[in-house]
Design a protein around this ligand. Structure first.
Ligand code: PLP
Length: 443
């Protein structure tokens, strides 16, 4: 019997009681190797002493102060640190409590920016299919996960959804990756024109697609071309790095690898590493200036903006990442993880694609490799892999199948940055055993 409103109402998950390093332990005494950091959250693993000490010190000094009365030293230090390492031109950081709040805030910032500069007719967002930007209504509106949207579709704000950058399934045989990227950017151009260029607020995209398409890494040149199209029409570019940011792909921001600078970027998950709920929007100076010289106010806000303990945790996470050279480690060990996955699963009859960067990898499962036909959603392949992997003591993040029958089942790996090569080998071994067992039963 449980009184917690769990997402699955007909079953209760195991009770987690403790965690340390790469592992979580449940009340039955079972130990789980965390290969997904929850949902790409636990970048430093569990129980990191530096983060815990920083939180203790903050709670002792100042646990909370509402931002309509005060800012805090800790929030200011975190914002300074985030701006120091931010994409070029970012001037301010809006500190919220998670990813959906960050996306919601970014959408409203973008809208208010145009109101402030005298373009209130801009009311429309353009985003992509098979994307995920959060579960609050604005974030859900720009998200492209049909299953999540369906019950709420009639009450969502207007957004057009274009094709994601998904070479495995959607790049044509007669085009290079670069040509494919340019074709997608041309589709964005056409969609903006069709909508009426002066009515579009922003194009919203995950720099590396995460939870709805299984780690979609963009083709070279795609985002540069997208940036040019946005600039041509005065449309803002909002990059959602809630999942792929904060070092997950081997650079602090995934956009660094695309050589593109967004107008607004959202971060969360790895920002606090799971030690506290925290997210943020980083904004270009022109957006902040428009508001400060205009109404002087961002017409938004939440009770826990800039929460001091969350900021202390995030600051400590950032310090550890830089002090311990974890970005370099993620790049080097990420290449090793990719190689391990390819050796173990590259020839598997039910593995269609293995793709990723850094410590962010997706494995796309198919019933038939030649035709790329997915498994029938009714087989629940991804959910069964999650269950089987947990029984083997492995946490991985599966999705697909029941979400979107056309594009099939995926497994997402996002291990903590502290994972050793032995941990990565163990993750690969256990995951391969699960994929073998479940796909054999489903074939
Ligand atoms: N944006 C992206 C890219 C995400 O992956 C997620 C969560 O998975 C969100 C936004 C929403 O974040 P949260 O679950 O913290 O609200």
């Amino acid at each position: 019997m449980t009184r917690v409103f769990h997402r699955h109402l007909r079953s209760t998950p195991p009770v987690a009681v403790s965690a340390a390093g790469m592992r979580i332990y449940d009340a039955a005494g079972r130990s789980y190797l965390d290969a997904s950091g929850g949902a790409a959250v636990s970048s430093l693993g569990h129980g990191h002493p530096d983060v815990i000490a920083a939180m203790h010190a903050q709670i002792d000094r100042l646990p909370y102060a509402h931002t309509s009365f005060f800012t805090s030293e800790t929030a200011e230090r975190l914002a300074d640190e985030l701006i120091r390492t931010a994409p070029e031109g970012m001037s301010h950081v809006y500190l919220v409590s998670g990813g959906s709040e960050a996306v919601e805030s970014a959408l409203k910032m973008a809208r208010q920016y145009f109101v402030e500069i005298g373009q209130p007719q801009r009311t429309h967002f353009i985003a992509r299919r098979q994307s995920y930007h959060g579960n609050t209504l604005g974030a859900l509106a720009v998200g492209g996960n049909e299953w999540r949207r369906a019950p709420f579709a009639p009450i969502l704000v207007a957004a057009t959804h274009l094709a994601p950058c998904y070479p495995y399934r959607e790049q044509r045989a007669d085009e290079t990756p670069e040509q494919y990227g340019l074709r997608l950017a041309a589709e964005l151009d056409a969609a903006i024109v069709a909508q009426g260029a002066d009515s579009v607020i922003a194009f919203v995209a995950e720099t590396v697609g995460g939870a709805t398409a299984g780690v979609l890494t963009p083709v070279p040149g795609y985002f540069k071309a997208v940036r040019e199209v946005c600039d041509k029409h005065g449309v803002l570019l909002i990059l959602d790095e809630v999942m792929c940011g904060m070092g997950r792909t081997g650079t602090l921001y995934a956009s660094e690898q695309e050589d593109v600078v967004p107008d607004l970027v959202t971060i969360a998950k790895g920002l606090g590493g799971g030690y506290q709920p925290i997210g943020a929007v980083l904004a270009q100076r022109k957006i902040v200036d428009a508001m400060s010289k205009g109404s002087g106010f961002f017409q938004h806000g939440h009770t826990y903006l800039g929460h001091p303990v969350a900021c202390a945790a995030a600051l400590a996470v950032q310090n550890v990442i830089h002090r311990d050279g974890l970005l370099e480690k993620v790049r080097a060990d990420g290449r090793a993880l990719g190689a391990m996955l390819r050796v173990a699963l590259g020839g598997h009859p039910n593995v269609g694609d293995i793709r990723g960067r850094g410590f962010f990898w997706g494995i796309e499962l198919v019933a038939d490799r030649a035709s790329k036909r997915p498994f029938a959603p009714a087989l629940k392949v991804n959910a069964t892999i999650k269950k089987d992997a947990m029984a083997r003591g492995l946490l991985c993040y599966p999705f697909g199948g029941t979400v979107d029958g056309v594009h099939g089942d995926h497994v997402l790996l996002a291990p903590p940055f502290i994972a050793s090569r032995e941990d990565l080998q163990e993750i690969t071994r256990l995951l391969t055993a699960s994929i073998d067992a479940v796909t054999q039963a489903a074939s």
